[in-house]
Design a protein around this ligand. Structure first.
Ligand code: GDP
Length: 444
């Protein structure tokens, strides 16, 4: 999972301050040094790190962190805010042209995930906004690229315009756009060719396509796994084509995360989406604030809830949010959530979006066997309706009855109830944006 090392190191940097009522200047210096090393280790751009550390340090001094209560919490808060700022602060939604079609040109190196991302975006627009996209196959150098786009098209039921590999890509785009006009497609995606490295011929071709199509968006697809190279690639493409945004793919992989943290700061261009898997639904809107929370190991409850929402109606989702906020989340909700989550998989990826779980050592050994989920369910099903609504009722004799009823050992029942209570508490704190609970979230 992305950011694992960074999360751990940032947590460790701050952990040392925990419990200190006051910290000395040298404590602050040490913490800042560790934060700096953590970011460099995560492959964040050197200049970006330098600025970041400077700002956090100045803010910490300005806020009188040394004098104040709970310096560790205050520093986490500042780091969280500055990480968010570094990644762009606001979400950057997909632009829409005032007249149809909205043309989206996708560019990037070979293997970055362009074709996959074209499919994911077209699929998202189709399912979320009832759009009628057309995808143009303009990579004529790899015959397999056209087949691949066509397969994606079949899978998501979106038409593909192609003219084989013997035609100039600019001509293909021209005719593709004409077809989109005839068929009243409201979005057109242009899947362009990639290379292993940026080269002049490719840039020239892309510039000609840009001049012809006058796209609303030029989205650069970069592979997060390539670290600093992703940043250099982004700069290269942006200099030549003036891209409108970035899609960062393969964040589900074992990336150190530096690209996510540097691209915005270096290029000034927003990250709009992140790819988190190979499936057509494995893509999320990039939210800088949520990503910052995730990096700090505070989980990404909102994205988790949103994923769940896809299976839910809005009312249910709003009720769930409300319950978390009011701290009245009970075992019925838990059961509901588990059932939704089971539909969503993969389990370990989802678990890491839960606050406190991202870097929880327990998770490393946790067996995400679906059987375990069934056991948890069996325990909940053995509770009475009242107990499910009011977990505080669960005294030892009730717990013994539940253990017998579910056929699970009493220790397991106890453990599960304890975990439920912890999770409930953490979700409540995060939902309120309440930083006072932060030390619990930091793996206390
Ligand atoms: P293109 O050459 O830029 O068009 O790249 P492709 O779309 O063909 O993707 C290259 C490989 O990366 C394929 O095997 C994709 O399945 C995979 N891929 C793309 N996006 C993601 C992602 O977000 N996560 C993971 N794990 N794999 C991805």
């Amino acid at each position: 999972m992305a950011f694992e090392g960074l999360t751990e190191r940032l947590q460790n940097a701050v952990k040392k301050l925990r419990g200190k009522g006051k910290i000395s200047e040298s404590d602050l210096r040490d913490t800042m040094r560790e934060i700096r090393l953590a970011l460099l280790e995560a492959d964040v751009n050197f200049d970006v790190v330098k600025d970041f550390v400077k700002v956090v340090r100045e803010r910490a001094i300005g806020a009188n962190v040394l004098e104040g209560l709970n310096p560790a919490q205050q520093i986490v808060k500042i780091v969280n805010e500055e990480l968010t700022r570094m990644m762009g602060e606001e979400d950057a939604p997909l632009l829409k042209s005032p007249k149809i079609p909205t043309i989206i040109m996708m560019v990037g190196l070979q293997g970055a995930g362009k074709t996959t991302t074209v499919g994911k975006l077209a699929n998202k627009l189709k399912t979320d906004a009832n759009a009628r996209p057309l995808m143009i196959a303009a990579d004529v150098y790899r015959p397999a690229a056209i087949d691949q786009l066509q397969q994606v098209g079949n899978q998501i039921d979106v038409p593909v315009f192609q003219m084989g590999t013997d035609v100039d890509p600019v001509e293909i785009v021209k005719q593709g756009l004409a077809q989109a006009e005839t068929n009243h497609n409201d979005y057109v995606f242009i899947d362009t060719a990639g290379r292993l490295q940026i080269d002049e011929q490719l840039m020239d071709e892309l510039a000609r396509i840009k001049a012809l199509a006058n796209p609303t968006e030029i989205l650069l697809v970069v592979d997060a796994m390539t670290g600093q190279n992703a940043v250099a690639t982004a700069e290269g493409f942006d200099n030549q084509l003036d891209v409108t945004g970035v899609v960062l793919t393969k964040l589900d992989g074992d990336t150190r995360g530096g690209a996510a943290l540097s691209i915005r700061a270096v290029t000034g261009k927003p990250i709009k989406f992140v790819g988190e898997g190979e499936k057509m639904t494995d893509m999320d809107i990039f939210h800088p604030d949520r990503m910052a929370s995730r990096i700090l190991g505070m989980g990404d409850m909102l994205s988790l809830i949103e994923r769940t929402q896809k299976e839910y109606d809005e009312k249910q989702a709003a009720e769930l949010n409300e319950k978390i906020r009011e701290n009245s989340f009970d075992f019925n909700d838990f059961l509901d959530q588990m059932e939704q989550i089971q539909k969503m998989g993969p389990m370990d990826q989802l678990m890491k979006m839960i606050p406190g779980m991202a870097n929880n050592p327990a998770l490393a050994n946790a067996n995400m066997d679906p059987k375990d989920m069934e056991h948890v369910k069996a325990v909940i099903y053995s509770m009475t309706a009242k107990e499910r609504e009011d977990p505080d009722l669960l005294n030892p004799s009730r717990r013994r009855r539940i253990a017998a009823g579910s056929g699970r050992p009493i220790q397991e029942v106890n453990r599960m109830i304890k975990q439920f209570n912890q999770m409930k508490k953490m979700m409540n704190q995060v939902s309120k944006g309440n930083m006072s609970g932060i030390e619990n979230l930091m793996g206390n």
